[in-house]
Ligand binder design. Structure first.
Ligand code: ADP
Ligand code: MG
Length: 449
């Protein structure tokens, strides 16, 4: 078979597929494939990522054999290469006026302004053990969009900084990479946009717009649950962007597997990095309070900051609220802050703190379930690796989730405070490069609450 014949058979294959799948699926999955080399024995295809390769083989392996040479019966002689990272391609686009990049196909007036909260920048985000990893993942994505984790999925409870981090990525990209098209949108706004466009019959324009972005930041994907029609459109947009090597970041109040969305959508969101933003520990809460007070010009002594942080635990937005309220009172009454004043002003907030305290026993049970060991063994002193690691995890989580001194925590485990400290350090060190352990610990966290 000559080179020319091979090319025409690939073209014929494309024609064949085009008649069998939807225009969107064709555009998302088949169009990004490029023929890079062809001989009479085999063909080499360039794909943007392994998912496109998998899609092609799992849906069309047999059909490919009818159009291309076979390596062995039922196996087409196809080699795959992964396309170079998008940055290089962007540079090529910039210097080449004839480039067919989708973003260049979209008229300038179809671009919309990105609305970002000016305060939500990396600089204002206080780090601690509960959010260090997620922050560094966000910084990685912001500095090299489309080239590190894609998609990046951030989940965690209310008021823990998900939107703050999402906007921080937006600011960073806007400042450092002006040429990139970026949009930051809540899932509700995406749905409303789609509804408007359906009404005005301008859906194609909307699709073109979203699929031309280089970075898409989507807040609160949980609002896509039970919205089947919108979910499909979102998923198509998602696939189109990912297959062009464009960056997607998604936030959610739950991990992907717990969202009531289609398997297809959940699988897509699990393709990249799934990361959790947790409840900040006592020291981080104090640091957040002090930073917020300083921004307002409110002098906040350490003991007062600790007092508030010990009583408001679940949510950074509430910590902010406490500082705002104290600030207003101090200014109105021209008073200095005392524990007494704090108690009076923050009475309702402090009362709202859930009474239910997490116990060491609850943590041990959750650890035992996730690590498949017995609670009894965790309490014992056996030092084999399969018991020692989960035992250290339990100590690490007890320090994070229970507001007791190390001494008291030590006593609950029948150990000294230095054993607890040693366990925490050892787990922190392991977490730096052990993704599997990180996932299991996140699982325990979810099981405890
Ligand atoms: P979420 O989207 O997770 O519900 P937000 O990002 O809206 O939470 O955060 C709530 C408020 O708390 C915001 O004003 C945000 O700036 C602040 N905040 C959250 N986490 C931090 C942090 N680690 N450092 C500083 N401020 C934070
Ligand atoms: Mg939010």
């Amino acid at each position: 078979m000559s080179t020319c014949e091979t090319r025409s058979t690939w073209t014929e294959f494309l024609r064949f597929v085009q008649q069998r799948c939807s225009a969107t699926a064709f555009e998302n999955w088949i169009s990004p494939i490029k023929v890079v080399q062809e001989t009479s024995e085999e063909i080499t295809l360039e794909v943007p990522n392994v998912f496109v390769k998998e899609y092609l083989l799992s849906n069309y392996e047999k059909d490919l054999c009818n159009f291309l040479p076979e390596r062995m019966p039922g196996k087409p002689a196809v080699n795959f290469v992964i396309a170079p990272p998008p940055k290089k391609r962007l540079l090529v686009q910039d210097s080449s006026p004839s480039s067919t990049s989708s973003s260049q196909n979209v008229p300038q007036d179809e671009y919309r302004e990105v609305r970002l909260n000016h305060f939500y920048v990396f600089k204002n985000f206080i780090e601690g053990p509960s959010n260090q990893f997620v922050k560094s993942a966000c910084m990685g994505v912001a500095t090299r969009p489309g080239q590190t984790y894609n998609p990046l999925f951030i989940h965690g409870g209310v008021g823990l900084g998900k939107t703050h981090l999402l906007h921080s990525i937006g600011h960073y990209v806007r400042e450092h990479n002006r040429k990139l098209r970026i949009q930051c949108i809540t899932t509700e706004a995406f749905i409303n946009d789609l509804v408007d466009c359906l009404r005005n019959k301008s859906v194609d324009k909307m699709k073109r717009y979203y699929r031309s972005l280089d970075v898409l930041l989507v807040d609160d994907i949980q609002f896509l649950q039970n919205r089947l029609n919108f979910e499909e459109e979102f998923c198509n947009t998602f696939e189109s962007l990912i297959n062009q090597g464009k960056q997607i970041v998604i936030t959610s109040d739950k991990p992907p597997g717990q969202l009531k969305l289609s398997e297809r959508m959940i699988a897509r969101m699990e393709w990249g990095l799934v990361t959790n933003v947790g409840i900040p520990d006592l020291e981080t809460r104090v640091a957040i309070l002090k930073a917020k007070a300083e921004q307002k010009g409110l002098p906040l002594p350490n003991d007062i900051a600790f007092y508030i942080a010990e009583h408001i635990m679940q949510n950074v937005r509430q910590l902010e609220g406490a500082v705002n309220r104290l600030n207003a009172h101090c200014r109105l009454l021209n008073a200095t802050i005392t524990i007494d004043l704090v108690e009076k002003t923050l009475k309702e907030m402090i009362q709202h703190v859930p009474q239910e305290r997490i116990s060491v026993e609850q943590i041990l049970k959750a650890v035992a379930a996730v690590f498949n060991v017995k609670v009894m063994d965790l309490k014992g002193s056996q030092r084999t690796k399969d018991i020692a690691l989960p035992r250290q995890v339990a100590m690490y989580l007890a320090k994070e989730m229970i507001n007791d001194s190390l001494m008291m925590l030590g006593a609950s485990f029948g150990k000294t405070h230095s054993t607890i400290l040693h366990a925490c350090k050892s787990i922190e060190k392991k977490l730096a490069n052990n993704e599997n352990l990180r996932r299991r610990i996140n699982m325990v966290r979810r099981n405890v609450r």
